[in-house]
Write a new protein. Structure first.
Length: 205
């Protein structure tokens, strides 16, 4: 998962530089690429404090070149903060739920991967990034069993990929398809999964 953070952050940065700061992000219509980079830079910086049990809210600089440089520094700090015992306790912003360093490593791997797709959506002829079944299934599991309950979202859904099935609550919605497509569907990104029912209660921020 540490390697995945690096791989997807690199991919995100390549796409952001190619698109330029003022390009719109179709996957996140309210954002420009500058907004997207500022967001992921903040998230990576914020997670540094959570992983070492000293939470602080960082303030990314506003300028494009400045925020890119600041993000590079936060990425190095994040790798250092997450490079310890994955079972070590970390700060949890979710009342009633314990969190470990390994949890934050996994969370950042998937957060960065999804936002890589967002950055690539800003390119007219962007790369067709696909996620392996192993990574996508892990992302689905992380979304449904880790993130969803911590956000307090109601999960009444059956999710099926060729490799796994998840059943949460009394399913009123169903998502099926290749793991890569289901992963995107749960995060509200363009996909080719089959969806029946309403996924809005699962929506992540």
């Amino acid at each position: 998962m540490l390697e995945a953070i690096d791989v997807h952050a690199d991919g995100l940065k390549r796409a952001a530089l190619a698109a330029g700061p003022s390009a719109r992000v179709p996957n996140c219509p309210k954002w420009t690429v500058h907004d997207l980079v500022t967001h992921i830079a903040f998230v990576h910086g914020f997670t540094v404090g959570l992983a070492v049990n000293r939470p602080v809210r960082p303030e990314p600089p506003s300028g494009w070149d400045d925020v890119l440089g600041w993000w590079d520094g936060q990425r190095l700090a994040l790798r250092e903060a997450l490079g310890h015992d994955p079972e070590a306790p970390a700060f949890s912003p979710y009342p009633g739920f314990a969190t470990t360093v390994g949890d934050w490593t996994r969370r950042m791997a998937h957060e960065t991967a999804i936002h890589r797709l967002d950055a690539e959506s800003a390119l007219e002829d962007g790369p067709e990034t696909r996620f392996s079944p192993a990574f996508a299934n892990d992302g689905i599991d992380e979304f449904l069993t880790y993130l969803t309950p911590r956000l307090g979202n109601k999960a009444d859904v059956r999710v099926t990929t060729p490799e796994r099935t998840w059943v949460l609550g009394e399913p009123g919605a169903e998502v099926t398809g290749a793991a890569d497509e289901v992963y995107r569907a749960l995060w509200g990104r363009p996909h080719q999964a089959s969806v029946t029912g309403d996924l809005a209660p699962l929506a992540a921020p």
